[in-house]
Ligand binder design. Sequence first.
Ligand code: G3H
Ligand code: 13P
Ligand code: ZN
Length: 349
Amino acid sequence: MPLVSTRQLLDEAAKGGYGVGAFNVNDMEQIQAIMEAAKETNSPVIIQASRGARAFAQDNYLYHLMLAAAELYPQIPLAMHLDHGNSYETCVSAIQLGFTSVMMDGSLKPDGKTPASFEENVEVTKKVVDYAHERGIAVEGEIGVLGGIEDGHGAGGSGLDHVTDPDQAVEFAERTGVDSLAIAIGTSHGAYKFTKKPDGSVLKMDLLIKIHNRLPKTHLVMHGSSSVPKDLQDIINQYGGKLKETWGVPVEEIQLGIKNGVRKVNVDTDNRLAITGAIRKVFVETPEKFDPRDYLKPARAAMQKVVALRMTQFGQAGHAGDYQAISIADMAKGYANGTLSTKPLVAAK
Ligand code: G3H
Ligand code: 13P
Ligand code: ZN
């Protein structure tokens, strides 16, 4: 199957009532781990790369690795997504490279740190939507700001500092025509999200449900959705790591989100933990080894295990064969003739 649009994957997920994990990658082994997990569970898949990943791997390597994945797994619908695009130019460069969807994260200014105004966010997101839809590429916007900082990206502070306002979410969706909407409900990027198992005072699932009730057909996106499992923390610490005690987003809360309009679930940290734990284990247990394959293979297997589990938990498992790819050219026609709607259904308060 050629690379497909995230919009198609999310429309199908909405029909089937499931969520799709969007997993971050920086290198070949991570792409391999995700594709093997997708094959194992028969799942459609979104692979995403941040600006940091693009800088680390270089665009051409990343793109050709994605093409290799599509070629090697023709039965798997596969979308290539830009995570946290910081500007119109970043999104355009991703689209020109061949990404099939982009996130324009206009919740922050282009420095990726300072919260932007609502009007700034609408303006830049709409500009990206106009450029992208003409070319059949889907756009994710963000309203509200997540907590934490990852690789220099993020406003810092608590996940509760800038949670999404439902009225603004409605206005944002109406004025921009985004295909999917990331919302801030108390989560943060990275491992340090919560200091104890989160309850409704810090993880605002009630707010998510409120937004879904106002925008019942809009595909919602949950960022910062790693669960930061204790067993993965323990492996790292057992083999010389120094992680402080921390909690992520419990899988059952993500599943509640999926019942309430969440279609894309962003996971990076859990895979980072799995990889690091596996590598540390090899280094400590067999310090005489020095062939990178001796630690990259278990690292890749550990990531595959996490991804396969999440694919099953999010409900996308078993759905790879449900549909045929719509070409990006046909997606462009769909946006132009209105069969791919960009007008959200808005319910009264
Ligand atoms: O949103 C953050 C993702 O985990 C990507 O992180 O910017 O360090 O590549 P990164
Ligand atoms: P985590 O840090 O929780 O894995 O979140 C990843 C993410 O939101 C990528 O956009
Ligand atoms: Zn994110």
